[in-house]
Design a binder for this molecule. Structure first.
Ligand code: NAD
Length: 520
């Protein structure tokens, strides 16, 4: 690496305002434990979603830089694989402590680049940190199995790393999603090339700096940047054995198919349409507060956002109370302390969301609460849209068939629980669903009848903690999803079994004994 291109730090400090910075630094690559300025001529402008002022430029890493990242990871692999488990564990403990110490700095980067509120951004970091902390338990997670299969013969299995692995991340959880991969991939002995979203790379760059501080040797963690070209490089490079992808169906289905065809192990978490059902016996306050938070929080840019509501019986009469709650939510720049939801990530996202609301109107649905055109006075140029509630939605309408990924709740109705379950199961996505009820029987029926992979019972966003796995299914994953992100499946994804059968004849002890007794 050319010494001139090495940058000492990713981001020296941080500030917690949306004030524009003059001459903001470009985002570097992270290669072989160094921040390296890109030699590219193609840069992607990254703008603060609250103001649309420039935050940084993100490189389309050059072919040479992409190759350097993989070479560095390949070089690091043998020694890292051979590093003692306890040493790797110590590094992971250190990383966990550093992330906790750097929580505000990481969250500030997320708010600035992604737009979510600072409190929400801290949650993003926390959920990633929990995966790091769980990875510290590797000493009891990784052991293989041993069976004495016959006299003097035993079979023993070992979990071995795959080699160089890659992670391709989306914009919406800039810390949590890179941390779904990095800790588990590395603690199991792999080296990693990570490509953050070109829209939100800042948190990954800080994490890289913390990895270096924690003691990861050169080349174990590398970060490259870009869009489809960088992704194609990852898919096609033969040294990369596995790809962890989280993002849209369009990108993920392509990566899954092309990556699998190249013989790679691929896990891919995709889009969603998550439903909530309110039964008439539900705790009204709990249900409405939960739904308002889960539909509109993070401006709806969560893969587990509750974006479709099914009212049952007379619970449609509760909708005006939901509108009241939604109206009270403050839309503002994410650093504003009173902000409940920030802007959408980009002007393109804003246009897509507004177009989908307009399509609902055109198809005959009712816009009960319209968030279009809502802009906080202080941020007239941001990508803001307020909470929006659409009623009289039918399952053929575009606002229902497409993932909106904005603070928009579409409302449908069902006559009974069976009908509600059928309606949800007819939807091709299967990330999550929630029911609000006081009846154990109804909850059990919901649990047994629903196809979606992550269910909440009086819990709006049932994302499993890292001792479990993220278990979306149907169109919310590519392939069969038998190797989900994190938890036991995550460990399986990043390791392969080696099974050794050995025979040591106990009669041979005689020879050994005579050697021991040999005169000196
Ligand atoms: P995206 O698919 O646009 O981008 C994700 C990654 O893929 C980025 O790194 C991007 O550079 C790359 N990419 C984009 N287009 C590509 C293409 N055509 N070919 C190859 N690579 C491409 O997704 P996004 O907008 O960043 O994230 C939002 C989506 O992610 C939503 O659909 C959301 O539901 C989904 N998501 C799913 C989960 C989950 O666990 N199921 C979690 C978070 C987000």
């Amino acid at each position: 690496l050319g010494a001139k291109s090495i940058v000492t730090d990713s981001t020296a400090g941080y500030h917690m305002t949306h004030e524009p910075v003059t001459n903001p630094p470009d985002t570097p690559n992270f290669l072989d434990n160094s921040f390296v300025r890109s030699a590219t001529s193609q840069w992607i402008d990254l703008k603060d979603p609250a103001t649309n002022q420039q935050v940084t430029r993100v490189p389309e890493s050059t072919d040479e830089e992409l190759r350097q990242a993989v070479d560095s990871a390949e070089r690091a692999f043998p020694a890292w694989k051979a590093t003692s488990l306890l040493h790797k564990q110590q590094i992971m403990f250190k990383l966990a402590a550093l992330i906790r110490e750097s929580m505000d700095r990481l969250a500030a980067s997320i708010t600035l680049e992604q737009g979510k509120t600072f409190a929400d951004a801290k949650g993003d970091v926390l959920r990633g940190l929990q995966v790091v902390e769980t990875a510290c338990g590797i000493t009891t997670q990784i052991p293989g199995e041993v069976v004495e299969v016959s006299k003097d013969m035993e079979t023993r299995s070992y979990r071995e790393p795959l080699g160089v692995v890659a992670a391709i991340c989306p914009f919406n959880f800039p810390a949590m999603i890179p941390l779904w991969s990095l800790p588990i991939a590395t603690i199991t002995g792999n080296t990693i090339v990570l490509k953050p979203s070109e829209r939100t790379p800042g948190a990954s760059m800080i994490i890289a700096e913390l990895c270096r501080k924690a003691g990861f040797p050169d080349g174990v963690v590398n970060i490259i940047h870009g869009g489809k070209r960088a992704v194609n490089f990852i898919i096609d490079n033969p040294a990369i054995k596995a790809i962890s992808f989280v993002g849209s169906n369009q990108a993920g289905e392509y990566i899954y198919e092309r990556g699998s065809a190249k013989g790679k192990r691929v896990q891919a978490n995709l889009g969603a349409k998550n439903h909530a059902v309110i039964l008439p016996d539900a705790d009204k306050n709990l249900a409405l507060n939960s739904i308002a938070g889960a539909a509109f929080g993070a401006a709806g840019q969560r893969c587990m956002a509750l974006s479709a509501l099914v009212t049952l019986g007379r619970t449609d009469e509760w909708l005006p109370a939901l509108v009241d709650r939604a109206k009270k939510l403050q839309i503002n720049g994410g650093f504003e302390p009173e902000a409940d939801l920030g802007p959408l990530v980009s002007p393109e996202s804003l246009k897509r969301v507004e177009d989908l609301i307009a399509s609902a109107e055109a198809e005959g649905a009712t816009i009960l609460l319209d968030g279009r055109g809502q802009r906080p006075a202080k941020y007239p140029n941001g990508n803001f849209v307020g909470p929006t509630i659409i009623t009289n939605v039918k399952s053929h309408m575009k606002c229902y068939t497409e993932e909106i990924f904005g603070p928009v709740l579409v409302c449908l109705s069902a006559d009974n629980l069976d009908q509600a379950i059928k309606l949800i199961n007819d939807n091709p996505y299967g990330n999550g669903a929630a029911v609000f009820t006081r009846s154990g029987g109804a909850a059990a029926k919901f649990r047994k009848g629903l196809e979606a992979g992550q269910l909440g019972i009086n819990v709006p966003i049932p994302v499993p903690l890292p001792m479990f796995s993220f278990t979306g299914n149907k169109k919310s994953i590519a392939g069969t999803g038998s190797l989900n992100f994190y938890g036991k499946d995550g460990l399986r994804f990043y390791t392969q079994w080696k099974t050794v059968t050995s025979l040591w004849k106990s009669e041979d002890i005689g020879t050994t004994q005579s050697l021991v007794n040999m005169p000196k």
